[in-house]
Design a protein. Structure first.
Length: 370
């Protein structure tokens, strides 16, 4: 039996008032199948398609359209969408969701949200305005109850620790992958298949650097924005399917507005959220986020500054009190065995008390709008 999932969508048509206003135009098929582990083939029109035995490739609602992009005299681009003839008459697997992904295809990136660069593929906002922080978000109930996001970071640095976190943590917990980790795409795929939302942890300069060194491609206060953005992009290209970026250490850089602003601007314009882990009391994140109107979140508590299961459970109780007072709260932890055990146990008990554990994007989105 073949099950076909259909998304309901439409093609938007934008036309100029007079054809004479168009300076130039180009027509390209808008076909963006999602990558699979199998090797794709390329047909005579240059479009990517699956092998016969690959099954159905997920396609966006804009697949199967010709897109004519016309440059106006004032420099604006007007896009005209029209349907094109399908070469195959078989079923098509459509991805109609714009917030979150079906778990069955969550490990596959949306090609519309990627662009090529000298460092690899980088996230971007889609032509229809869809952002990675929406596409890769973990869906939640939408209820007005008390919500808590828990981020467990440092994944990718230890194979056994990463495996344990993915296996044992509830899927509602957000996972943070260190850009300096290993086999990140593999771990990303496993995490997404288990239902986790994920973040990328980028190394920022801490106080005491280089004695305290977060790793390769650390963004440094003394370096110009161009160099730091290159390092940021090199880290970004190591993984896909993440909703945002979180600092990895970085006390000194977080306190330097001039260095931090272009980095947060680049993250925001790519449709990603930024999560401040709350480790720096001197952080300038809030003022920059307000100036940029960038989706930014702030951790309320570091849960495992004492690596002891009982102590972590007490911090989680503190996080719950903050959430009940404010409506929501964000806690961050590292992938220690004690942290994983405490969070797993507490999450089950919290659900019984009416607490909803959500992906961090659910809270960052709300805070960005306030």
């Amino acid at each position: 039996m073949i099950v076909v999932v259909l998304g309901i969508g439409g093609l938007s048509v934008y036309t100029a008032m007079s054809p004479g206003n168009l300076e130039g135009s180009s027509t390209t098929p808008d076909f963006a199948p999602t990558a699979t582990d199998a090797e794709p083939t390329v047909n005579e029109t240059g479009e990517t398609s699956a092998k016969v035995d690959d099954g159905l490739l997920p396609q966006s609602g804009r697949s199967g359209a010709n897109v004519q992009k016309n440059t106006m005299p004032d420099g604006n681009v007007v896009s005209v969408f029209s349907p094109r003839t399908r070469e195959n008459d078989g079923p098509v697997l459509m991805t109609g969701q714009t917030y979150g992904q079906d778990v069955r295809i969550a490990a596959q990136p949306n090609e519309d949200l990627l662009e090529d660069s000298a460092f690899g593929r980088l996230p971007k906002i889609g032509t229809d305005g869809l952002r990675p922080m929406e596409q890769y978000a973990r869906p939640w109930s939408g209820a007005r109850g008390t919500r808590i996001a828990i981020v467990v970071g440092g994944l990718g640095l230890s194979q056994t620790g990463t495996q344990k976190a993915i296996r044992d943590l509830p899927p509602e917990v957000t996972l943070g992958f260190a850009a300096s980790g290993n086999s990140l795409q593999r771990w990303m795929q496993e995490s997404r298949r288990e239902g986790h939302e994920i973040l990328l942890q980028v190394p920022f300069e801490p106080f005491g650097y280089p004695g305290t060194n977060p790793g390769a491609d650390t963004l440094l206060v003394a370096d110009p924005p161009k160099i730091n953005l290159e390092r940021l992009h090199r880290s970004m290209a190591k993984i896909t399917n993440y909703t945002g970026v979180m600092n990895y250490l970085g006390g000194r850089m977080m306190a330097d507005e001039k260095t931090l602003e272009p980095v947060m601007h680049d993250i925001g314009k790519r449709g990603l959220l930024f999560l401040d882990d709350g480790s720096s009391a001197q952080s300038k994140t809030a003022s920059i986020a307000k100036a940029l109107s960038a989706p930014t979140g702030f951790a309320d508590l570091q849960l495992d500054d004492q690596v002891n299961e009982a102590a972590i459970l007490r911090k989680l109780d503190d996080l719950e009190r903050i959430a009940r007072r404010n409506g929501s709260a964000i806690g961050v932890a590292s992938a220690f065995d004690e942290s994983i055990a405490a969070i797993s146990k507490w999450s089950v008990e919290a659900a019984g008390r009416g607490i909803e554990i959500v992906g961090v994007s659910a809270l960052v989105s709300d805070k960005a709008e306030q």
